[in-house]
Structures are given as C-alpha cells and as structure tokens.
Design a protein around this ligand. Structure first.
Ligand code: 5GP
Ligand code: ZN
Length: 122
C-alpha cells in the first residue's frame, strides 16, 4: 500500500533503470511501461516488462485498478511480436513472492521465448 502511487522508490533497482540511473538494453517503451533484456537470460528471448510506476509485485499491480496491468500485458505481447516469438510460442511469467523466486520487488513480467519451454517449470 505504501508504494502504490509512488513513482520512484529509493534503492529499487528497476526504478533506477526507469530513471536511467542504471543502464539497460531497452527494447520497448510506452507511456507507462518499459521493457529491457534480462541481464541473465534464460532463453534466446528473455525480456523484462515493467510498469514505470513502482508496484512491488503482481498482486499490487492487480489492485492498481487503473488499467496498468493491462498495459503491462499488452507491452509483453508487443515485445513477443517484435522479438519474433509470438508465432512460435512464448511464456509470460510473474514470479510473485520470494517463495516463487521473486528477487526484485518491482513487478516485472518475464517474456521468454526462442526455445522449447518445458512444463511444469522447475
Ligand atoms: P525475479 O527473480 O525477481 O523474478 O527476476 C528478476 C530478474 O531480474 C532476474 O531474471 C535477473 O536476472 C534480472 N536482473 C537482476 N538485476 C538486473 C539488472 O541490473 N539489469 C537487468 N537487465 N536485469 C536484472
Ligand atoms: Zn521500483
């Protein structure tokens, strides 16, 4: 709740990327979203899509209630098209909470594609 309407949160890595204080390989940008390549890619295409506004995780994003989650999903699909994986198949993942592997607490959709993706994930 404390972070819901904040624009930048001190010591948040992804807020620093939005502010261009930390460089990133940006592949897509809209008014309210930014997409950049993951620094440790797990597939030929591995892009992180974030809202520019800070929300800690997908649960917080879901309660933003202003279409922002919609924008993130649309940006994820635009990235998949742009990366050429929309036809072959891609995965959009929100790790939500430390128990699910979330390590950066500024919500991000992983867009993964370009290789065979097994199910269930590990
Ligand atoms: P999570 O584990 O929270 O779902 O995903 C965080 C992702 O952020 C990881 O895949 C990790 O490789 C990526 N990451 C961590 N630090 C940086 C960074 O400084 N730049 C970029 N581009 N990606 C990062
Ligand atoms: Zn942030």
């Amino acid at each position: 709740m404390a972070y819901r309407y904040s624009t930048a949160v001190t010591d948040c890595l992804f807020c620093k990327i939005v502010a261009k204080e930390i460089p990133a390989d940006v592949v897509h940008e809209s008014d309210r979203t930014l997409a950049f390549r993951d620094i440790n890619p797990q597939a030929p295409t591995h892009v992180l899509v974030i809202p520019k506004e800070h929300h800690s995780d997908a649960a917080a994003l879901a309660t933003a209630d202003d279409g922002l989650a919609d924008d993130v999903l649309k940006a994820a699909h635009a990235v998949a098209v742009q990366e050429g994986v929309a036809e072959t198949g891609y995965r959009v993942v929100f790790n939500t909470g430390a128990g699910a592997g979330q390590t950066v607490f500024h919500v991000h959709a992983h867009v993964l594609g370009g290789r065979n993706l097994t199910w269930p994930p590990g």
